[in-house]
Design a binder for this molecule. Structure first.
Ligand SMILES: N[C@@H](CCC(=O)N[C@@H](CS)C(=O)NCC(=O)O)C(=O)O
Length: 218
């Protein structure tokens, strides 16, 4: 059978009803990217969410992703991580290719903006982990300042050139999830520093129902 005639993969897996399995908590900002993408692409019903505990050595997650990180998607006999790869996989699967432009300069601009937003989340997460994994007397203010600089410079760059708030692509999803995480963990006063980005998030949340629908329950 030629590749063109092959049955397309269908997000099948070991979840209930043969659904694919997504390992993530509802609070993970990267997991939220995937949950948002699935909703935007109309794939939510084909994915079962199975919570993961990244600190528990007995959790299967470390066997599924040797890095022990979530999100991790098991679909169609394969395991996919990290969130960027999963977004690309879901986008390709949906056939619409609306999250990441297929080719050209627009593709690399979108991916770079998404990486910048993810990098803000990475730095904010490292600030949170500094408090979580170290005893109070060992917390490094220098390290926290180093990470805070990344968050602040990243926010300034995105405030200067934000993605279109009326268009849900990978860059907008990453930025919205990064800002949602900053709201939750508050490692910097991002709303005070970047009121333009606060306006951006409000407009994006109005335009894209998947943002509010994927908020972690409080
Ligand atoms: N680049 C990864 C980052 C994933 C990540 O760091 N996830 C956090 C949870 S929000 C995690 O699994 N942390 C556990 C660890 O680093 O051991 C992605 O985009 O998926």
């Amino acid at each position: 059978m030629s590749a063109a005639l092959e049955q397309p993969p269908a997000l099948r897996g070991a979840g209930q009803g043969g659904r694919a399995v997504l390992r993530t908590t509802l609070t993970s900002p990267y997991g939220r990217k995937v949950r948002m993408a699935a909703q935007v692409l109309g794939l939510t019903d084909r994915i079962e969410l199975v919570p993961a505990d990244t600190r528990d050595p007995a959790d299967d997650l470390r066997g599924q992703n040797p890095l022990g990180k979530m999100p991790c998607l098991m679909a169609d006999g394969e395991t996919f991580y990290d969130s960027r790869v999963i977004l690309e996989f879901l986008d390709a699967l949906s056939g619409d290719r609306c999250l990441i432009p297929r080719a050209g300069r627009a593709r690399f601009r979108c991916l770079t903006a998404a990486c910048l937003a993810d990098g803000i989340t990475d730095a904010a997460l490292l600030m949170v982990y500094e408090g979580r994994f170290r005893n109070a007397e060992k917390i490094s203010e220098e390290w926290l300042a180093h990470q805070r600089g990344k968050v602040e410079r990243g926010l300034s760059a995105l405030a200067a050139r934000p993605p279109d708030p009326d268009r849900t692509d990978a860059a907008a999803i990453s930025l919205a999830c990064a800002l949602g995480y900053l709201d939750w963990r508050a490692p910097v006063d991002w709303r005070g520093r970047c009121p333009g980005l606060a306006d951006w998030l409000a407009r994006f949340a109005d335009a894209e129902p998947a943002f509010k629908a994927t908020e972690a329950p409080t």
